[in-house]
Structure formats: structure tokens, C-alpha cells
Write a protein that binds this ligand. Structure first.
Ligand SMILES: Cc1cc2nc3c(=O)[nH]c(=O)nc-3n(C[C@H](O)[C@H](O)[C@H](O)COP(=O)(O)OP(=O)(O)OC[C@H]3O[C@@H](n4cnc5c(N)ncnc54)[C@H](O)[C@@H]3O)c2cc1C
Length: 494
């Protein structure tokens, strides 16, 4: 006689297939593994970590390590912080953060500290900035304006002068389009609750509780951010589940409201993998395009209308102790082709082979086929060295031990004006499936950081284990990411 399985046993008896081994997908499988459930992760690349991986380069002087642009861990969510600590464990470091904007030969703290920004631009421009900000506020009070574009959103928060000085040039480098053609959603996701008004109010009357800054230091794994993913993958393997590399999903088979299987391309040819539950962190646009039978034409057309920006990082290895004190330096000048740089040694000394060495990672934002994406890797390295030597005067040419470029397609979902309608069409199609959840950054076409990507993976796993969570609520809170308001009593103890 067979006994009926309990609800908990029934959940853990299901087999989950996770597509993509970035932090989001790995977290889903890690949580399922911890609960004793069966899961397999399939990953197109020969490594785990996705955009949040760490690359190692061995040279005659030792090993250099590079993230795809520096990745720091920060979140207000205690459960996620606990998970990060559990995974990274003895490799955990606390890093002090110093981020600045470089523009026209000057430096300003980032995120903007109002007094510092106003001092840097001088009294005349500062007076103009305050006056046109106040004028904008009065106008918006008298005649409320819809905030449609990125330009509208920045001007609403900071006024025209500060927008032009500190946001316009950098945003246009990142997105490759005028801010008037980008949706204001990105601004509200990145800097909601942050404006000149709140900065001044918080300085004078901290009425709604103390603002605790999350920006002064952050957690980071000693040997690079990719260790978070590598250690989750180790945990998945140790728990009896698998992460399969070089296994790119090329088909998602569906029947009625269910996904039944996927096909992956492997070195031995195509392979069909069956499952009960499916979690996808591969690009949402691609997921819609590889359905079998195909998704309706309007869904495929909507997927094609959604676009991404790519990033190329140029990694330079240097015989020099330090270049800047910064965690990140945002470079606004239009004649400098990269948008941001960081110095991995300032994050962890273990990122370079010894104290006599350092390195620089420069970030180039681009789109398939544009002038930057079309440059050869050698030209990008040469260009980076030229900017650092001649324009910024940060290094001498003889200090460069070598360099290489890494291309990361689809790094940024582009919130181009009007993106909401095609996105809603694709999401409506996907959400009709009973056993398919989308998570992560390009998996949901949402500008998610690692913590948000991990949170969607965590909640997807909990849903499979019998809980009920709405993944769309992740990264939709109303407070600026980088501050946490705590009740006044708690704040006084903080
Ligand atoms: C320059 C830069 C700096 C950043 N800095 C920070 C930071 O400081 N802090 C922070 O929290 N976040 C940061 N992020 C964001 C962070 O990288 C992402 O939030 C996170 O990596 C998203 O995780 P994910 O699992 O959703 O996706 P990804 O990391 O993109 O992983 C998706 C995985 O899916 C795989 N895949 C794609 N197609 C297929 C397929 N067909 N079949 C199988 N596998 C497939 C990919 O190879 C990849 O491994 C930064 C991002 C960039 C670009």
C-alpha cells in the first residue's frame, strides 16, 4: 500500500528547471536545494554569475580579478542580507564607499550631497540652480505636469541646472538617447524619494524618522563579487542538485497553460529536459521568441520592440599602487568615451597580485552595431589608456602591464518612452502559465540590482515550496534605494 504524500512532501517532490545561472537563477535553485527539493540550473555560458561574475587573469606578476563593473551588495531587506552573509561567509568584507562625479576637471560627491554639489559649481551657478529649482517647484504646484520622460523626472527632482550639470550627460552616455526620449521610470526606480526638497527637509526637520545612509559602506566578497554566485553553485552541487554549464536554452515547450520541457544545446547536441516547475532568468524577449508552439505574433512583435543597452568593460592591469581613492568615478565629459571607472583594489586588496599593483575597469555603454560596439578590443584598450594618460592624467603609459575587453550584451533594459505597452503584452502572455516564473534583471526586463534579482529568485523558490508571493512587487518600493528610514527610537540606537 502506498501512503499519500503530505503537501510539503508533494512540493519537494517536484522537479524545477531554472534557466540561467546568474545570481537570480542560482538563488532560486539554492533555496530549493536547502529545502530538499529537486532542481537543475541550465546555463549557456561556461561559467556561473552572469553579469555579476568575476573574471580572473593570470599574468607574470600574479592574478588580477575583475567584476563586470564593480558590484557592491546593498539592500534594506534583512532576509537578503542574512542570505548574503550565509553564502559569502568567511569571505565577507566591509568596504568604505567613496564615489564621485568627474566633470570639467572637477569632482563632486555621488550620490549628490547638495551642499557639496553647490560648492563645486560656484556661488553664481549655485544661486541659479536653487532659483530655477524653486521656480520649477512652484510651476509644478500650480500646474501639475505629467512626468513622462527621464528629463521631466530629473528636472522635477533637481531643477534644470543641476539636471544639466550632473545627470544629463551621464544618462545620455548610458542610454545612447536624449533624456527626453527615455522614460522617467528609470529615475523613479533609481532615485525615488530623493530630491532637493527632501535633502533640505531632512537636514532641517527630520520629521519622518532618521534617514540612515546605506551608501557609506557595503558588503563585498574578498575575492570578487562573482564568489556569491560561485558559492551558491557549490551549495547547489553539495545538496545533490546540478548546475549544468554550456547548456543554452533554445526551446521552451508548452501545452495549454503549462510549460512541459525545455531544449538546451549542449556539446553533444540538443537535449530535452522535462520538469514540473520552470523559472526563467534568460532575456524575457528571447523567452517569448523560443516558445514551441510559437507565441502569438503580437507577443513576438512586442518582444522585438523591447531593447537593451550593452556594456563593454576594459580591464587594465597596472604596475602602480593606486590611481584614485574612489570606489566608482562617474566620468561625464563627452570627449571621454567611457562613462564610469572603478579600481578593484579599492574594493578588496585580493583583487590584485600585491601591493605594488592595481587595476582599472572602464565601462563603455553601447548598442549592437554602434560606433563603440564596432571597435575592436585592441582599439578599446588603446582608447582607454589614452583617456587615462592624456585626458585624465591618472597614469603613465609605462605603468600599463596589459589590458583586455569583456563584452556583456543586454546589460541594461532600455526604458525607452512607450516601452510599457510591449512589456505588458509579453508579461501577460508569460503570466498565463501556471508553472513558469520570470525572475532577475533581463529575465523580467526590469532595472534590478543583484539584491532584487536574488529576491525574485528567493520568492520564486518559496512559491514552488507552497508559499504565495507576487514577484512584481520586488523593486517597487517608494523610498530611495540608498537610504532607509527607521523610526526615531530605533534610529537613536543605530
Ligand atoms: C556595469 C554593471 C554594474 C552593476 N553593479 C551592480 C552593483 O553594484 N550592485 C548590484 O547589486 N547589482 C549591480 N549590477 C546588476 C547585476 O549585475 C544584476 O542585477 C544581476 O547580475 C542580475 O542577475 P540575474 O541572475 O537576473 O541575471 P544575469 O546576471 O544577467 O544572469 C543571467 C544568466 O542567464 C544566462 N543565459 C542567457 N541566455 C541564456 C539561455 N538561452 N540559456 C541559458 N542561460 C542563459 C546568462 O549567460 C547569465 O549567466 C550591475 C550591472 C552592471 C551591468
Amino acid at each position: 500500500m502506498t501512503s499519500t504524500p503530505s503537501p510539503a512532501q508533494a512540493q519537494t517532490a517536484k522537479r524545477t528547471v531554472v534557466m540561467g545561472a546568474g545570481p537570480g537563477g542560482l538563488c532560486a535553485a539554492y533555496v530549493l536545494t536547502r529545502a530538499g527539493a529537486s532542481a537543475v540550473v541550465v546555463e549557456k555560458a561556461p561559467f556561473v554569475g552572469g553579469l555579476a561574475r568575476t573574471i580572473r587573469r593570470t599574468t607574470a606578476v600574479g592574478e588580477f580579478k575583475f567584476d563586470i563593473g564593480g558590484h557592491r551588495w546593498f539592500t534594506k531587506n534583512d532576509e537578503l542580507n542574512d542570505l548574503f552573509r550565509e553564502v559569502v561567509a568567511d569571505e565577507l568584507l566591509w568596504v568604505d564607499r567613496v564615489s564621485r562625479i568627474y566633470f570639467d576637471g572637477r569632482y563632486v560627491d555621488y550620490p549628490l550631497k547638495i551642499s557639496n554639489a553647490l560648492t563645486a559649481i560656484g556661488p553664481v551657478t549655485a544661486a541659479r540652480a536653487m532659483a530655477d529649482y524653486l521656480r520649477t517647484r512652484v510651476q509644478h504646484q500650480l500646474r501639475p505636469q505629467p512626468i513622462a520622460s527621464m528629463e521631466d523626472a530629473y528636472i522635477d527632482q533637481f531643477g534644470p541646472t543641476l539636471y544639466q550639470l550632473f545627470f544629463q550627460r551621464y544618462s545620455e552616455k548610458v542610454w545612447g538617447l536624449p533624456c527626453s526620449e527615455m522614460s522617467g521610470d528609470w529615475v523613479s526606480q533609481r532615485s525615488k524619494g530623493m530630491s532637493l526638497v527632501t535633502a533640505v527637509k531632512d537636514a532641517i526637520i527630520p520629521s519622518r524618522g532618521k534617514v540612515v545612509s546605506l551608501i557609506d559602506n557595503f558588503m563585498y566578497p574578498r575575492n570578487g563579487f562573482g564568489r556569491l554566485s560561485e558559492r551558491m553553485a557549490d551549495g547547489i552541487g553539495a545538496g545533490g542538485n546540478a548546475v549544468r554549464l554550456n547548456a543554452g536554452v533554445v526551446r521552451v515547450h508548452r501545452q495549454g497553460r503549462c510549460v512541459t520541457a525545455i531544449t538546451v544545446n549542449t556539446a553533444d547536441g540538443p537535449e530535452r529536459i522535462e520538469g514540473d516547475e520552470f523559472v526563467s532568468s534568460i532575456p524575457l524577449t528571447y523567452l517569448a521568441e523560443i516558445m514551441d508552439p510559437p507565441a502569438p505574433p503580437e507577443v513576438v512583435a512586442a518582444a522585438t520592440a523591447l531593447t537593451f543597452r550593452n556594456i563593454i568593460t576594459v580591464n587594465l592591469m597596472l604596475r602602480r599602487r593606486q590611481v584614485t581613492p574612489d570606489t566608482w568615478l562617474y566620468v561625464h565629459d563627452r570627449n571621454i568615451l567611457f562613462g564610469r571607472l572603478h579600481e578593484p583594489k579599492n574594493w578588496s586588496p585580493a583583487m590584485v597580485p600585491g601591493d605594488d599593483y592595481t587595476s582599472i575597469v572602464a565601462e563603455y555603454f553601447c548598442s549592437f552595431g554602434d560606433a563603440i560596439w564596432s571597435m575592436t578590443d585592441e582599439a578599446l584598450v588603446e582608447r582607454t589608456v589614452r583617456h587615462l594618460v592624456k585626458d585624465l592624467r591618472f597614469i603613465a603609459p609605462e605603468e600599463v602591464l596589459g589590458g583586455f575587453a569583456v563584452r556583456a550584451p543586454r546589460a541594461y533594459p532600455s526604458y525607452v518612452l512607450g516601452y510599457e505597452a510591449p512589456l505588458a503584452t509579453v508579461k501577460a502572455f508569460i503570466s498565463a502559465f501556471d508553472n513558469l516564473q520570470i525572475i532577475g534583471r533581463y529575465g523580467t526586463f526590469r532595472y534590478n540590482n543583484t539584491d532584487h534579482s536574488i529576491e525574485t529568485g528567493l520568492l520564486a523558490a518559496k512559491n514552488i515550496l507552497g508559499e504565495s508571493h507576487d514577484l512584481d512587487r520586488v523593486n517597487s518600493e517608494q523610498e530611495y534605494h540608498e537610504v532607509k528610514r527607521v523610526p526615531r527610537v530605533a534610529a537613536s540606537n543605530a
